[in-house]
Ligand binder design. Structure first.
Ligand code: DHB
Length: 369
């Protein structure tokens, strides 16, 4: 393959540091996609260049700059956390390079550049369904506990507003630092306030610590229920959370237990290729992000540069392991089902078992404007 017949994807992920599980999941999923679909598309050799940003946005920006200028990548992808995605958005705009956001989930990211396409989800999208479920299921008062940055603020706002609208009461709104969080003082505060439930958003990888300290403080025994977006019962960690997680209800767009043939095959193939590692929602964002890139390359034949590629990403419709999805051509955000799930034991292992679905949910963060 001559140089101009190579198609380069610059995949920037947190491979080390606090968000390393996100990087591990997405890299594995991208490699699985390529193993299943080959590395030649429309006569071009697809090359995946993986870079570790350690989830520090200054590093993400520098790596993106290098990938665009030196490597001349055709697509930027990855983005483990919101600050990384926001740091790279101006580079995508200036260089007209599509930026496929596979993890970061603050609503406003797609508005930071017209070159952003998102394959993950948004926190407003998954938070509202739980605020409809809770008051119908004995939860009248809630304390919210979120990571103090973009997605946490989105989750707090969209959950609280809808919960209030439905007649619920929010006794307090607590925000924990993203870096090296110490949950103990916040959990103590929740314990003292004795709400019916604590609503939690923490990023992927932090859920097990919350769950452990929730149990250590006997909060479940004190009658406080834990609910949240599915980030807290992340499939990457759920298997090791223990019985404290049993019965926890969350809303989210993906569960490894989603009972579709497409998902069963995805989970089996992923586990086989990764020593039994269970795929989580990050893996699905990575896998679907690769499909979006492949299909856009197929459609354009690689001609017309970044703008043509971006155009071919808009409006894509396909069946993901999570269920049916489409990329809204107006917002470039993903439209998808949101599921209510309860943690149950299946074949001796903990899973998020889906018990209700809200179909084709758009990001409510956009329809406000
Ligand atoms: C973000 C990161 C996560 O790990 C997650 O589960 C949700 C959102 C973010 O930074 O946008």
């Amino acid at each position: 393959f001559a140089d101009d017949n190579v198609f380069k994807i610059g995949l920037i992920l947190p491979m080390t540091g606090q968000q390393a599980t996100t990087g591990r999941q997405i890299e594995a999923a991208a490699k699985l996609w390529m193993a299943q679909n080959g590395d030649t598309v429309a006569g071009k050799k697809v090359q995946l260049i993986v870079k570790d940003d350690t989830s520090l946005p200054d590093v993400t920006r520098r790596l993106a700059q290098e990938l665009v200028v030196n490597e001349k990548v055709n697509v930027l992808a990855g983005m483990g956390i919101t600050p990384s995605a926001l740091a790279v958005a101006p580079i995508a705009t200036q260089s007209k390079t599509p930026l496929v956001v596979m993890a970061a989930a603050t609503s406003s990211i797609t508005e930071a550049s017209p070159f952003v396409v998102r394959s993950s989800f948004t926190l407003p999208q998954v938070s509202v369904a739980l605020a409809d479920w809770a008051p119908k299921n004995g939860i009248k008062t809630v304390v919210t506990l979120v990571s103090d940055y973009g997605p946490g603020i989105d989750a707090e706002k969209y959950f609280s507003e809808r919960f209030l609208f439905n007649g619920g009461k929010v006794a307090d709104k607590l925000r924990v630092p993203l870096r090296n969080p110490d949950f103990a003082p916040f959990l103590q505060k929740v314990r003292d306030l004795k709400p019916d439930a604590m609503f939690v958003f923490v990023p992927s990888g932090a859920g097990a610590a919350v769950m452990k300290q929730f149990a250590e403080r006997g909060m479940d025994k004190a009658g406080i229920r834990l609910i949240g977006t599915g980030d807290v019962t992340d499939d990457d960690q759920l298997g090791d959370m223990g019985d404290v997680a049993l019965g926890v209800v969350t809303s989210h767009h993906y569960s490894a237990a989603h009972p579709s043939p497409v998902n069963k095959k995805f989970v089996a193939d992923f586990e086989k290729a990764n020593k039994g590692l269970r795929p989580n929602f990050m893996a699905v964002g990575g896998y679907d992000g690769m499909r979006i890139i492949y299909d856009a390359l197929k459609k354009t034949g690689g001609k017309g540069g970044g703008e043509a590629l971006l155009g071919a990403m808009k409006g894509q419709i396909f069946e993901s392991p999570r269920g049916p999805v489409f990329i809204d051509a107006q917002t470039r955000d993903i439209v998808q089902n949101v599921y209510l799930r309860k943690v149950e034991k299946k074949d001796g292992q903990l899973y998020n078992v889906e018990f209700d679905v809200i179909k084709d949910v758009k990001d409510p963060g956009k329809s406000r404007k």
